[in-house]
Structures are given as C-alpha cells and as structure tokens.
Design a protein. Sequence first.
Length: 386
Amino acid sequence: MRKLLLLFATLTVLMVSCERQPPLHLYDSAEVDFTLPLIDLQLDVYWNYDLNYELTYDVKYDWRSEWYYGWDDNDRAVFGEMGYTEPDEFNLRRYYTGDIPYGPRLNVRKDKVYGKTFSGRYEWGYWDLLVWNEISTIDGVQSLRIDEDANYDSVVASTGPSMMMSRYQAPRYTRSFYEPEVLFGAQSLAEAITSDLKGFTFDAERNVYFKQLNMLLQPLTYIYLTQVILHNNNGRVKSVDGSANLSGMARSVVINTGRAGSDPVTVYYNVLMKKGCDMKGESVDIVGGRLVTFGMCNQIHSQIRDVSQVTDKEPHYMDVTMQFNNGMDSTFVFDVTDQVRRRYRGGVITVELNMDTVPIPTRSGGSGFDAVVKDFEDGGTHEFEM
C-alpha cells in the first residue's frame, strides 16, 4: 500500500578543510543541511484501501467509479483543487536533548524552510526534529491554529467555531467548526550528531560528511468528496444554499504523533448543485462538495490497515439544505457513519434520494436544525437512514 512519503532528508555536516579527506575536528557544534525531496500527491495513493474485510479477495478502492459529480473550473474556484497540493514552505522545530537520546527537551529552535533545503547549526548531541507545512490560502484567511506546548512536548493543530449553528454536539458545542487547511507532518527522534561523526558518510565530491535521515511526511488532514444524488428530481429541488455539515469529526490533531483529538465537532463546508450529470446513463442532479477534516477522534489514521482497527464510536451525520421549486427549503440529514469509518483516510461519501418519494414541503424549514424530526409537509429537518 502506497503512502505519502517524505522519502528521506539528507543531513550534511560541513567540515572546514582544504583536503579531499578532511580530518575530524572536535567542534562543539556543526552546520547541518537537509533536503526535502518531491512528494507524490495522487489521491490514489491515500485512498488505496484493502477491502478484504468485506470480500474474500483484495479489491482496490476505485473512487473514480463512485464519483459522478466531477470537478470543473467552477469547483476549483469555490473549493480549490480536488486533492492534495504540494507545499513549498515548512516549519521546522529542532529540540535539543543534550547527551540523552529520547531525553527531556532542553530547548527548541524555530526555523522556516523555504523550498527544499535547510541549513542550521547544531550542537553535538541528540536532536528531535519536527516538520509541518506552512499554511497558504487563496484569500489569506487561515482557519488552522497551531499551539505549541511550553515544555516542548507537543504541537497541536486545531480549528475554531464558525457562525453556523450545529445540532449534533450540543450542548458543549452549539456551532459548526471551520474545516482545517491541508496539513502534513513528520517527526524524527534522537538523531545523533556527535563529534566523532559516527553514522556519517564522507562525500568526496562535495568534500563533506553527511547522514541520511529517514522521515515519513504524512497527511494529518483527510479529504472527503461528498455527493447527494437526486434521482427523478425533475426540477423539484432548484438549488442549495451552499452550506453543509459533517458531524463527529476530530477538532484537532497532534502533529508530533498524528493522533486526532478526542473532542468530536461538526465541520462546516460548502457545496454546489449540478444538474444533468451522467450516472451510468441516467441524468441526475447532484449536490457535491469537498471537505477537509482531521478525521475521526482518537485515531492515528496512517497506522490503520483495515476497518477492523477503527475504534471510532461517534455517529457521523451529513446535512444539506435544499431549496424547492415552490420557494420552500428543508435541511436533509443523512447517517453516513459506516461510510466515514470505511473511508478512514478520506474518499467519496455518497447518498442517493429518489425525489419521487420526497413530497415537496409546504412550509420552509430554514436552517434552524430543529431537533424534532417533522413530517415532510411541515418543512424542517428530515432524517434518512442509509
């Protein structure tokens, strides 16, 4: 199974010498370079699931065969690119533990990495390294927040509440939370940079000693593509208000470990409606969107190998508010718990409605998320078991 890999980072200790084989000098510190190679960002890499928990043989997840909404220039303008994009700026934290590997972190150095290389001075001893990408947005507004522990133990990324109301995590959280920007992270512990250069190799061409550091750059946010397929709509639903929610997702993630936080929240995101989409020869209308989350609570998603290892206990509901041809609107709620758990690293979430079976409401339900499930004739919120 392929993963998003930061294949290696090259650490190079620069030794001052005019000779091709420089003598080893006992400096109290040295200048160190490392290089970040290119990253494979194809969705197929992350959404490559082993489905042998459902079948007696392995089947690769062909998400394209499930995705009917498509992705055009208008979607890119509203949501951005469908998948992950390669970062070109990183945050680096270098924690010094002195002569003790895996010991308490004595201090931290904070650096920016522009492009693919970084050079910095290191004292002899052991170092913990933490890297995550700098966030860049089209409008300059960032939802993701970074909090660093004063004792250098952890760095936590989270998002805050939006202005949209939510029914699912009340009374603790009465509002939906913003979706985070795409985030990658990598950590390496107890890297030895010692005066005898044990573990280092001499590069005669560059006249330097270097050490290769293996790091795994992993996605800490997961992309879901959601689609509500309206069969036999025939103009009943005219449009959507552009808002949607997915409940039961983690509010944060620890960048050091990749573990999602324990607080479940509802994540707000945007959707659009496309009419006349082709679905296996049938013309359907589809409400689609792209959602970025920290995934399910208390999970290290990169370490999950199949759905049997998912320990998520939260229900997951997706809701969309639709406008009907008589001017009324209603919020539709779908239980997508099974789909979210099966696609624990992201993927396509699909719900289907036969509009011949959905009466047109006679009273607008708005987006108040009435906790009482009402009849269709009364508008309001409608829940569907999938």
